[in-house]
Ligand binder design. Structure first.
Ligand SMILES: N[C@@H](CCC(=O)N[C@@H](CSCO)C(=O)NCC(=O)O)C(=O)O
Ligand SMILES: [Zn+2]
Ligand SMILES: [Zn+2]
Length: 191
């Protein structure tokens, strides 16, 4: 059987709602779940093939989007959270018991500082922004996917209407490069 990209992708994408304004995420513990309340929908939601983002078991990709960090609060069982890798740019807070990542925060100087990375499949609510693209696609090879399977993987994304990139989408890459240019002293008029 062909491997699953992700349950939110495999059978086609369900569009989100532009009027949806947030909800709760829960970890996958049977009891005493960590609960995160988001007062915002996500943006730039995407499939990510990198090795660091949390994926459901059996899936090749994560689905991850961003929300302003001010819109994120831990509303139950915060004591179960622990940092996966304190050296990483994105400080991913995972449940110590079930391993699910609840939110990833950037504390260092970075173009995405101020945004937290979250997985909307941890919510029971409907209306979250649907995935917009697939990023870090070639990175799945680093985790054992065969290089010869990549055409099939990219074709599957295409079949559900998603563009694939091996880093991030052009919009996000332009934001990163604009930040880097400004740090080096370049000033743009009319941004
Ligand atoms: N090939 C590497 C890529 C890892 C990577 O750079 N991941 C990105 C995307 S995460 C969500 O879009 C990133 O920004 N990482 C920063 C971090 O994880 O702290 C791999 O697969 O590991
Ligand atoms: Zn848990
Ligand atoms: Zn990732």
């Amino acid at each position: 059987m062909a491997p699953s990209l992700h349950p939110l992708i495999d059978n086609g994408i369900t569009p989100g709602s532009s009027s949806f304004s947030g909800g709760k995420l829960h970890c996958r513990c049977a009891s005493d779940q960590v609960e995160i309340t988001l007062n915002s929908n996500v943006a730039h939601n995407h499939a990510c093939g990198c090795s660091k983002c949390w994926k459901p078991s059996g899936s090749l990709f994560s689905i991850v989007g961003v929300v302003p960090r001010d819109a994120v609060s831990v509303t139950a069982n915060a004591s179960k959270l622990s940092l996966v890798d304190k050296e990483a740019t994105i400080q991913r807070n995972a449940c110590k018991d079930c391993g699910v990542h609840l939110f990833g925060r950037i504390e260092k100087d970075h173009p995405f500082k101020g945004l937290d990375f979250v997985h909307v499949e941890l919510s029971d609510e409907k209306g979250w922004q649907e995935p917009q693209f697939a990023g870090f696609v070639s990175s799945i090879i680093e985790q054992g996917s065969h290089p010869k399977e990549m055409d099939e993987v990219r074709a599957k994304f295409k079949a559900v209407g998603l563009q694939t990139y091996d880093v991030l989408s052009p919009v996000l890459m332009d934001l990163i490069s604009t930040f880097t240019a400004q740090k080096s002293g370049i000033r743009f008029a009319n941004l």
